[in-house]
Design a protein. Structure first.
Length: 162
């Protein structure tokens, strides 16, 4: 069945990983809270496409390449961490700006500043593709069982076909 030995175990493991809050879920929640549910759905679609891309690349052997070449893995890992730090820094700047605006009384005659254009699908896609949690999950769970790294199976090998 599409490479899965024990579907229940695989679904349970995937659910636990998905439900643990990571950068993807935090971004989707913050976008939905700030911009509304439609924008949140667009961000969730970006996460879905990003995770689907990661899973597809893993199935095609890209995770084995990352595991075999530590330099490439380090570039992906540190690039993802740097991007997540950049997003966190941007969120802190936005919170500071909001705090400053609340301290100053609103001037009814002042024009509202135009909001920065936010592209939730694209940003969520990039967050998902550079998400260290997803990359490490795919490297640790999918790659060992597909490459025979665990010849006798182990829990990962029992969940996914060798």
């Amino acid at each position: 069945m599409l490479g899965v030995n024990n579907l229940a175990t695989y679904i349970l493991g995937a659910l636990v990983i998905i439900l643990l809050p990571g950068p993807n879920s935090l971004y989707v929640l913050s976008v939905a809270a700030r911009k509304g549910i439609r924008t949140g759905y667009r961000a969730a679609a970006g996460v879905f496409v990003g995770d689907l891309t990661l899973i597809s690349l893993t199935s095609l052997g890209a995770a084995s390449l990352l595991k075999a070449n530590p330099a490439v893995f380090a570039v992906v890992k540190f690039g993802g961490a740097a991007y997540l730090l950049w997003i966190g820094f941007g969120m802190l700047r936005a919170a500071r700006q909001l705090w400053r605006e609340r301290r100053v009384e609103a001037d009814p005659a002042a024009e509202a500043a135009p909001e920065a254009v936010e592209r939730p699908f694209r940003r969520a896609l990039v967050i998902s593709l550079l998400n260290p949690k997803a990359i490490l999950f795919l490297l640790s769970l999918v790659t060992p069982s597909k490459t025979g790294f665990y010849p006798r199976g182990g829990w990962a090998g029992r969940a996914i076909v060798n």
